[in-house]
Design a protein. Sequence first.
Length: 389
Amino acid sequence: MQHPFEPLVIRGKSLIPIVQGGMGVGVSASGLSSAVARENGIGTIASVDLRHLHEDLLAESKTNPSEEKYTRLNKIALDREIQKAKAASGGKGMIAVNVMKAVKDHAAYVRQACESGANAVVMGAGLPLDLPEMTEGYHKDVALFPILSESRGINIVLKRWMKKGILPDAIVIEHPAHAAGHLGAATVAGVNDAKFDFKRVIEETFEVFKNLGLENEKIPLVLAGGMANFEKITTALKTWGANAVQIGTAFAVTHEGDAHLNFKKTLAGAETEKVVEFMSVAGLPARGVRTRFLDSYIKREDKLQAAAKADPRRCTQGLNCLTTCGLRDGLDKAGQFCIDIQLAAAWRGEVDKGLFFRGKDPLPFGNAIRSVRETIHYLLHGTQPLPNV
């Protein structure tokens, strides 16, 4: 059945206007990304700490752990996941890799993604000003998608990239009031600032294009955050002038999602009132499900932040996984827990221990677990699948 939207065109390749967002630790790896790509969409592997998905690498990381070893093992894991995803996608769609700028070794993961044959690199969690330098030598083969939340950041990135003779192949515009995970605002209260409204950002971005002489470049705009809804997608693509949408949580809970079934049930079963904003360890607001861990942490947050102090020994992993970490660096306005441990526990389905990032908005099928194909069919056509028998 033909969907009613124009295709998303990236480097001459015609795709459905659906991008699957990168979700770590391990939530979007080769299984989920390849399933989306097989539907001719963009499937995304999250590069964060993929060693957890490979028993041999996880076992090796526990012996004489070091930053260098973790980086090496995660690069091996990323290569494995890219190769598996490309083989499973059968040449359809695209396989992208999401790399967070906030991760200390982000440049190493960008280079690995390029060397392993990823079709695109997506970067957020900080201004990706130097992404062109990180991908030097691969510009003919790898598309670049910066993630930004408002027009000022888009203007800054475009000006910097243009000096290098590089333009984004698409720009992901993520709304902090709706997205999951780390959010592009300075404070929790700031996620609802009007400057992030999609319609306003699109209009201002078109003006930025005009001012920079880029109005004829046709750089696709991809809206992320709360877009897992056919009516919203229709408005975004047919009224506002966006070219695609990026969706995370709705894909995380599909059968093909790479996390444990308990993880999917926790996300799918979380009503809106169970979703809460808090300050993550990276110094950015975040959004997750009110589980036993998160409720307990929020109750103790003021006390823990008051006791914050810069001490590398407070890092329970003994590793500098983030460029900035509230726990390790003693940042009293940031989170005071090890995000890697909590996200890995969530991926394993440990409901009482894990940190479960989730978007704010309702999911297409409520608490039901559906397939990637059913999810994409709904997103593009607005029709619900038959109920499970």
